[in-house]
Design a protein around this ligand. Structure first.
Ligand SMILES: [Zn+2]
Length: 330
């Protein structure tokens, strides 16, 4: 279990013991933050016939206990083989969760449990629910059946209907950042050179792809180089546009690199004296247009990505040119 999940395990263990767990839990966190891992732990805990305390053998008695499924009772074994009758896993088919899937879940929850005390439904990628599916789920959330627990996972809570969010207990998973994060995922990480293009100080879990995959890491380095070249006045707009269009991580990288440049400006100005001297106002403006571009792409599922990316690169280019002109004038 990822170390930043312990605190949530403690809270949920306490509520489990007190019989005060919520009927609907929405787990929100970036890819790699451990949402599924946490949901699985909870499903085992709710299903197991004899949950055990994993802190029992530890010397530190101050620590609040964490409970977990025993792993060998009938329920745990059936969960292992994915045949436990009181749990249903809804997985997005064709990239979306339809109304029939939610109706199936509703029907499942209305029946009494076969083996365990609870009936559980796990909905992964909840942000992919269609409007009709979300409305069907809403009814269930408004009138929950006894001893049922619905767990929704999402990496983008803004894509969910506010009425859904307000009826769930929201668990925001916020992983460590910087060195602490690198230490906790050191087993999965690439061996990066000390002068890595990633800025260790501000590294966060959304950067997991480039931390763990050599091909993505190379693509990131190329992307960053190209963007920095653009910022230093070279006309590499079309190259950057191509990288943005061909790489699913491109928009995030654009945002992340800009934010890190901004942070470096404010926090560590002296340490990075060899770095490109960039105008803070320019970076601020760039950040605004990038955030805006990302929002447009997210909010319209049918948004023409090429068009939005072209507009974005043009705006970035205009801002850089404008800064140059202002610099010459002053
Ligand atoms: Zn068990």
């Amino acid at each position: 279990m990822k170390p930043w999940l312990y605190i949530h395990q403690q809270i949920f263990s306490r509520q489990f013991s007190a019989n005060s767990l919520p009927h609907a839990i929405l787990i929100n966190g970036a890819t790699g933050s451990g949402k599924l891992e946490f949901a699985q732990w909870l499903i085992y805990l709710l299903s197991c016939q004899q949950p055990e305390n994993i802190n029992n053998n530890q010397e530190n008695n101050d620590q609040e206990s964490i409970l977990q499924g025993c792993g060998h009772c009938k329920s745990c074994l059936l969960l292992n083989s994915k045949t436990y009758p009181d749990h249903l896993n809804l997985i997005a088919d064709k990239n979306s969760i339809g109304v029939d899937d939610i109706r199936q879940a509703n029907g499942f929850l209305q029946k009494t449990a076969h083996l365990g005390k609870f009936k559980t439904v796990l909905i992964e990628h909840a942000q992919t629910m269609t409007q009709a599916a979300a409305n069907a789920l809403l009814k269930t959330l408004e009138e929950p059946s006894a001893n049922s627990v619905i767990i929704l996972l999402t990496n983008d809570i803004e894509m969910l209907l506010p009425t859904i969010v307000s009826r769930c207990r929201v668990l925001n998973i916020r992983p460590n950042i910087g060195q602490a994060l690198l230490q906790s995922i050191s087993g999965e990480c690439l061996k990066l050179e000390s002068s890595t293009e990633l800025n260790n100080r501000f590294i966060n879990i959304t950067q997991l792809p480039e931390l763990t995959d050599i091909t993505i890491n190379e693509a990131f380095k190329n992307f960053k180089e190209c963007y920095i070249n653009l910022l230093s006045g070279q006309h590499v707009e079309s190259q950057l546009l191509q990288q943005l269009l061909n790489n699913e991580h491109g928009l995030r990288w654009l945002e992340q690199i800009t934010v890190n440049l901004l942070r470096e400006q404010f926090i560590t100005a002296n340490e990075f004296s060899n770095m490109l001297a960039l105008d803070a106002e320019l970076l601020n403006n760039l950040y605004k247009v990038i955030i805006n571009g990302c929002k447009v792409i997210k909010s319209y599922t049918q948004a023409n990505k090429q068009f939005v990316c072209e507009q974005l690169i043009m705006s970035i280019s205009d801002l850089i040119e404008q800064t140059k002109i202002n610099g010459q004038e002053s």
